[in-house]
Design a protein around this ligand. Structure first.
Ligand SMILES: Nc1nc2c(c(=O)[nH]1)N[C@H]1C(S)=C(S)[C@@H](COP(=O)(O)OP(=O)(O)OC[C@H]3O[C@@H](n4cnc5c(=O)[nH]c(N)nc54)[C@H](O)[C@@H]3O)O[C@H]1N2
Ligand SMILES: Nc1nc2c(c(=O)[nH]1)N[C@H]1C(S)=C(S)[C@@H](COP(=O)(O)OP(=O)(O)OC[C@H]3O[C@@H](n4cnc5c(=O)[nH]c(N)nc54)[C@H](O)[C@@H]3O)O[C@H]1N2
Ligand code: SF4
Ligand SMILES: [Mo]
Length: 678
């Protein structure tokens, strides 16, 4: 039997690198970078190269299972679907459709057909109980887009090809490959930008990205917004793009008043930065004129998430960089074509939708509820069945105990995943989904993060084995039994193929599906950024950015800073994808990176087991002492199992952002001690 090499693209993250998969019979022998792929040009990371190992991982799910007498037992698909739909029907009959909820996350997000039909299922059901990892990741981004630009569809991405000044705040693309941008070959990208300009990084740790940058500034966690407010203040008094402000911005005077207090003394005091650092940054921005700003999860997980994101947009506006070359652009998408669709600007408070009844202090936004409300909704009897669609709920949510108590109580937890993990341990129903190599797919989920207007199709690389089924099929079968229609174009849920579903999704694309199918790689509508469709079209509220939204002006006025002597901040693991691909790890516990001064104070040596605590709980890790870390800050990754899960320390009840329902996962006061037991 010969080896065939199949061309596909990696769908583990937004970078979408091209890969070549060697397959012998049904076995994946090797995964390597595809040099012919015009975007990634052969680049891959360790996660992408592990797709074959992940495919054959012994923890893969193979057959549908139902929990009986406390144990998950394998059943046939008909029995699984009949049992689940029967139970859902009686819950809906007794308590209404919102008693059935869904949580979609990383594992289903990149499954184009699965994501689409999963969403169609929840919407056909008419449930309000829609959750996703977005409210644990960066709800500040759609919030600010909604408040400032009037639409969550406006997602700023840096003009990577043109920028001469890139400001990277609280993101480490060299490891993560971008948050809200897809950055294949990040070191190569940063080198390219530095060859024509500068890259500055704001991060409490001198990260892998900071090491590749022109300058690194290490402000106290959660104070980055003050650095940006200082820049906005100074530019508004001299050096702003006045023409841009006059033509495209509403609220400049109010913005000016809001940032008036962020003078250099105040900001140096708040952030711990040297005045000279702030002045150097200001002159670099003035010299460059326009800026490309990228923000990441270090910011979106902090208490100041919303104002930081707002200040990033404000800096974009005063430098005339939004929707302009050398600044940021708005990728309209290849499949969705935002530039050719109608916009209805959100009201000044954004698209507020009904919130969780059990948490009246929180609201819904854009028809999603905050994930932190799940335990309360279960306890109140509002949520009785939950679908976890490619979501490791137990690893991802703060205050693990609160969540697992709820998952133990809930009537139905239907997990559609590809591996058994700490979440399937609580499931009543488990369905084995087709993995990334087992399904044909489209790049719909990552298209707006790309640096060009591009679409890609891939065929399945290996045949679907055992009892696994595509996610879309599973949801369409349940829908069919509940009398709901979730497929468009008259497709029959019993006969349609994944390609039929993808063809429906591609119906509104820039180029015909046949052209995408025949592409044998990415198909470009535009090979680089395109500008002007937002500023020039009927997109913005009254044609302008609302640069001083009252809700954010209000939040900024209320911010107080009481940093503990020691706080934790998040970090991504190179050899893990959140709670997935743990087999790649080389250490038995996560490394807790700390400054020598903090280690000394707690009598901790490099490599020691340490216990980190809050009033919620404790976790263990291995001390890694590193002078590249700020004093008073511990860098701790998430995605590990107990007793090393950082989410055992974090709260889902307190310190929740009132506008987005986002928990505070960065800048949280902790204690540190040596050893694992009291
Ligand atoms: N304290 C703390 N908490 C955090 C974070 C943090 O930094 N700190 N980060 C937050 C962020 S940004 C996020 S996005 C969330 C992540 O939350 P999740 O997205 O829930 O985390 P993952 O571990 O990526 O889970 C993906 C799940 O999808 C499954 N999966 C993988 N591939 C497939 C597939 O092809 N099909 C299906 N059906 N399933 C698949 C995996 O087995 C896994 O169970 O966690 C959040 N939680
Ligand atoms: N290898 C790998 N790649 C991933 C993932 C993974 O788990 N592993 N997860 C994927 C997912 S779901 C996401 S959302 C993205 C996230 O992508 P990123 O947002 O780039 O995530 P990180 O790499 O953790 O970078 C966050 C940075 O913020 C810094 N930071 C923390 N708090 C603060 C603060 O208050 N201020 C400042 N200025 N910096 C702060 C941290 O030190 C860290 O360097 O990555 C994706 N890519
Ligand atoms: S950077 Fe992202 S898309 Fe590229 S190989 Fe790694 S995980 Fe896959
Ligand atoms: Mo994320």
């Amino acid at each position: 039997m010969g080896t065939a090499e199949v061309r596909t693209f990696c769908r583990l993250c937004t970078a979408g690198c091209g890969v070549l998969v060697s397959v012998e019979a049904d076995t994946v022998m090797k995964v390597r970078g595809d040099k012919a792929h015009p975007i990634s040009q052969g680049y891959t990371c360790v996660k992408g190269r592990s797709l074959g190992v992940a495919h054959h991982d012994p923890t893969r799910l193979n057959e549908p299972m139902i929990r009986r007498n406390g144990r998950l037992v394998e059943v046939g698909w008909t029995e699984w679907l009949d049992d689940l739909s029967g139970r859902l029907s009686s819950i809906i009959a007794g308590y209404g459709p919102s008693a059935v909820g869904g949580f979609y996350s990383g594992g289903s997000y990149f499954d184009a057909s699965g994501h689409r039909i999963g969403q169609a299922f929840l919407s056909a059901l008419g449930t309000n109980s829609v959750y996703s990892s977005y409210t644990l990741d960066s709800p500040n981004k759609p919030l600010v887009a909604d408040l400032v630009g009037g639409s969550v569809r406006l997602f700023p991405v840096p003009d990577l090809e043109g920028t001469e000044f890139m400001l990277i705040v609280a993101t480490n693309p060299v490891i993560s490959h971008g948050h809200g941008i897809g950055m294949s070959n990040p070191l190569g990208r940063l080198r390219q930008i530095r060859s024509r300009g500068q890259v500055w990084v704001l991060d409490p740790r001198r990260t892998e990205t900071a090491r590749a940058a022109t300058r690194h500034l290490s402000a106290r966690p959660g104070t980055d917004y003050a650095v940006l407010a200082f820049l906005v203040r100074e530019l508004l008094s001299s050096g702003a793009d006045q023409r841009y402000l006059e033509d495209h911005v509403a609220g400049t005077t109010k913005l000016k008043r809001t940032v008036a207090g962020f003078d250099i003394d105040t900001v140096a005091g708040m952030t711990g930065l040297q005045e000279q650092d702030l002045l150097d940054l200001l002159s670099a921005v003035r010299r460059a004129g326009r800026v490309s700003i990228v923000t990441g999860t270090g910011a979106s997980m902090s208490r100041t998430a919303n104002v930081l994101e707002w200040m990033a947009w404000a800096l974009g506006a005063v430098t005339g960089s939004l929707d302009r070359p050398r600044g940021t652009w708005f990728n309209p998408g290849f499949f969705r074509q935002n530039d050719r669709s109608t916009f209805q600007p959100a009201p000044p408070e954004g698209n507020v939708t009904p919130g969780p009844l059990s948490r009246p202090e929180l609201c819904g936004r854009n028809n999603q509820l905050p994930a932190v409300a799940i335990p309360d909704e279960v306890a109140a009897g509002n949520l009785r069945a939950l679908f976890a669609l490619g979501a490791n709920l137990v690893a991802a949510n703060p205050q693990t105990r609160r969540l697992t108590d709820a998952l133990r109580d809930i009537e139905i937890l239907a997990v559609v995943d590809i591996v058994a993990n700490e979440t399937t341990e609580f499931a009543t129903h488990v369905a084995p989904a087709a993995g990334p190599l087992e399904r044909s797919d489209l790049s719909t989920s990552s298209e707006i993060f790309q640096s060009s207007v591009v679409g890609q199709y891939t065929p399945a690389t290996v045949p679907l084995s055992g009892g696994r089924r595509p996610l879309w099929w599973i949801m369409a079968q349940i829908a069919d039994r509940l009398g709901l229609d979730v497929l468009t174009g008259g497709l029959d849920p019993h006969r349609a193929t994944t390609d039929d579903v993808l063809a429906e999704m591609a119906a509104g694309a820039r180029l015909p599906f046949s052209q995408v199918l025949d592409g044998d790689g990415p198909v470009f509508a535009e090979t680089s950024a395109i500008f002007g469709w937002v500023l020039g079209g009927a997109v913005l509220p009254e044609g302008r950015w609302r640069i001083a939204p009252p809700l954010l002006v209000g939040q900024l006025a209320e911010l107080t800073h009481a940093p503990g002597p020691l706080v934790l901040i998040p970090r991504r693991e190179r050899r893990q994808l959140n709670g997935f691909l743990r087999f790649l790890q080389e250490t038995p516990m996560p490394e807790v990176i700390m400054h020598p001064a903090d280690a000394d104070r707690a009598s901790v040596g490099d490599g020691d087991v340490v216990t980190i605590g809050t009033d919620i709980g404790e976790m263990q890790g291995l001390a890694r002492i590193d002078a590249d870390m700020s004093i008073g800050v511990l860098s701790i990754p998430h995605g590990w199992r107990a007793p090393s899960s950082v989410n055992d320390l974090l709260s889902g009840e307190h310190d929740i952002d009132s506008l987005t329902g986002m928990p505070t996962l960065s800048g949280v006061a902790v204690t540190l001690r040596r050893g694992s037991t009291r």
